[in-house]
Design a protein around this ligand. Structure first.
Ligand code: FE2
Length: 384
């Protein structure tokens, strides 16, 4: 892997990535849920999202309701079915609440559809123009792993609040933000032996590169193991690690996910903050549940494990310990991260909060401590 100099602000340019599909960033993430009104309340109250837009019966829809929430660059769409006979309802019945759409912001949604489908992508939505008094949006979509979809969103001729068909959602209930800024990466769990299929798919269909890999020798505990490869688009703004389970003495967290999601899907959404101590303190105060802390020895070993003297951390290690925030490092710096418990009753989708202090990795040094923590949770659920 070769990384050129930083050219576009924080972006890294990956050689080997192809630019037939220029992606400007993540546009939105849409979850299909059982009750979008209550889910929206949860993400506002617990995670500090702000009300942005709404579509439903009042805007002329008959089959669904969607609430759009925003926090800095992150847009979360929560959609629920209004009738039993509905692809949205079927999705929720099978998978529970989960990510349906990872929408990618593009300059040309028609070209994105053409370029990916001619490379073998399965179509989900043919290029479609939608317009209202604020202009026009072109959307198209393709399937990725499981029933998950990538939508391409072209909004250069649109000035409305979200998409045509949505009205601004003005609410009197506006809990403050917790400082979540943008989506750092989104991880997919795929079935046994399928990781390389999807790595190849992201390479050949999307022009991504595989820039980090972890095998089951690196990611294992006494009981379980997994393999992971991280895919990135050319400008480094879109990063999708892909996990598959590996054989261990007991059932790994990836198998648990696949069993309860009933297939491949998004495992976690990692969101970036500039001040993880403030963000995590606020999230905890608002009732967000995080994985149990690593063993106490973890924090004593941080400086020696990472080869970084305590004084080189901007943060006080005692404070990180009090909040159970994990620390990892690579040649370029360190990172701080913490993982929520699943945000629904099925042990499926969860969130990661991450603050990068130069490091570009994904916390491989924490995998063991993290997975042992997850295994303790699995044991309580009887799914280890
Ligand atoms: Fe992650």
């Amino acid at each position: 892997m070769a990384i050129k100099n930083v050219e576009y602000g924080l972006d890294k340019i990956f050689e080997g990535a192809q630019d037939f599909l220029p992606l400007l960033g993540t546009d939105y993430v849409e979850l299909y849920v059982g009750n979008a009104k209550q889910a929206a309340h949860y993400y506002k109250t617990a995670f500090g999202f702000q009300s942005l837009a709404y579509a439903g019966l009042e805007t002329g829809l008959r089959d669904r309701t969607s609430y759009v929430l925003q926090q800095q660059k992150i847009k979360l769409v929560l959609t629920t079915a209004l009738k039993a006979e509905s692809p949205i309802g079927e999705h929720v019945k099978k998978h529970g609440d989960g990510v349906k759409v990872i929408a990618l912001w593009v300059d040309d949604a028609r070209a994105a559809f053409l370029e990916t489908t001619k490379r073998g992508a399965r179509p989900y939505l043919e290029p479609t123009e939608e317009r209202d008094e604020h202009g026009v949006v072109v959307r198209s979509g393709i399937y990725t792993y499981g029933e998950t979809v990538h939508m391409f969103i072209e909004r250069k001729a649109y000035s409305g609040v979200f998409l045509p068909g949505f009205k601004p959602w003005v609410s009197e209930y506006n809990p403050p933000s917790v400082g979540l800024k943008f989506i750092d990466h989104m991880v997919g769990n795929v079935g046994w032996g399928e990781m390389n299929t999807w790595v190849n798919w992201y390479e050949s269909v999307m022009g991504f590169v595989n820039f980090l890999s972890f095998d089951d020798k690196q990611i294992h505990t006494e009981y379980s193991a997994l393999m992971s490869k991280v895919m990135s688009n050319g400008n480094g703004r879109i990063k999708f690690p892909i996990n598959e389970p590996a054989k261990g003495k007991k059932r790994s967290q990836i198998e648990e996910y696949l069993d309860f999601y009933e297939g491949s899907g998004v495992q976690h959404i990692a969101v970036a903050t500039d001040d993880i101590i403030e963000t995590v303190s606020a999230l905890k105060a608002r009732g967000v549940e995080f994985l149990p802390p690593p063993p106490q020895s973890y924090y004593n070993e941080v400086p020696s494990r990472l080869g970084i003297h305590k004084s080189q951390f901007k943060e006080d290690i005692e404070t990180l310990k009090d909040l159970s925030i994990l620390v990892d490092a690579d040649e370029e710096g360190y990172l701080l991260q913490i993982f929520t418990k699943p945000v629904e009753d099925r042990p499926t989708l969860f969130f990661e909060i991450i603050q990068r202090m130069g490091a570009r990795g994904f916390g491989a040094g924490n995998f063991k401590a993290l997975f042992e923590s997850i295994e303790r949770e699995q044991a309580l659920r009887g799914t280890l």
